[in-house]
Design a protein around this ligand. Structure first.
Ligand code: BTN
Length: 240
């Protein structure tokens, strides 16, 4: 497997609104691939689908990497990044992680990490990652969609960043076929009942059984009417 290096320059903020926002500004200014922005605390952390992401100060790894340029082999980037997060978490603690499509990292049935990719193809992408490290149970917001998990075991943010830098390069550079087969072995949804809303075209909304991903990284769901392919940007997915 070749490797995109994620050992570039680092900009750390004790407190900022969003590391993705800081990284986006740097990307627009031409910062090199592999540049990383970290923060001890975010005041307006962004999650997928316009949601917020919150973590107590210094309780989570909050980081955003610049990747440039985007190339054909990055087709499954949204699935490759959580695989790298799984590998990093497993190097830091005795845990086994799964990926809930498209890119949540789960410990058991709880969310350990989230990924938000914001891109201006083919120029660049910002890979935003939030991984809970030492977050007390009562510090998580009460209204989370998924119960949250924390890595614990005394893992610090510097150690976590080093592990992530190590794993990210290989997975971001990996061929889509390698990403798809690794995703299959960590797929938290396969065989489970799901329902969705908001899909365009024929999908609309519905329920079915998750059956893996297709070559575009879309979620395949078996329904009474046949197979449906759901794009991550289009649907809101629930486990039944
Ligand atoms: C999600 O699960 O909805 C994605 C969460 C992504 C959160 C990270 S924290 C670091 C980076 N900066 C942000 O504002 N968001 C991402």
């Amino acid at each position: 497997m070749s490797s995109d290096a994620f050992t570039g320059p680092r900009r750390h903020h004790a407190r900022t609104d969003s590391t993705n926002e800081r990284a986006r500004e740097l990307a627009l200014l031409g910062a090199p691939s592999g540049t990383v922005v970290t923060a001890g605390e975010q005041t307006a952390g962004r999650g997928r689908r316009g949601r917020r992401w919150s973590a107590p100060p210094d309780g989570a790894l909050l980081c955003s990497f610049i990747l440039r340029p985007l190339e054909a082999h990055h087709a499954l980037l949204p699935l490759a990044v959580p695989l790298a997060v799984c590998e990093a978490a497993e190097a830091l603690a005795a845990v086994a992680c799964k990926v809930k499509w498209p890119n949540d990292v789960w410990l058991g049935e709880r969310k350990l990490a989230g990924v938000l990719i914001e891109a201006r193809p083919p120029g660049w992408a910002v890979l935003g990652i939030g991984m809970n490290l030492a977050v007390p149970e009562d510090a998580f917001p009460a209204d989370l969609r998924w119960p949250a998990a924390s890595l614990g075991h005394g893992v610090g943010t510097e150690q976590a960043l080093a592990a992530l830098r190590e794993s990210l390069g290989g997975w971001v550079a990996a061929e889509p076929s390698a990403v798809a087969s690794a995703f299959a072995s960590r797929d938290a949804l396969r065989g489970r009942s799901v329902s969705w809303e908001g899909g365009g075209g024929a999908t609309g909304s519905g329920t079915g059984t998750a059956a893996g991903i297709d070559e575009r990284g879309n979620l395949v769901v078996e329904t009474d009417a046949g197979l449906v392919s759901l794009g991550s940007g289009e649907v809101s997915l629930r486990l039944e």
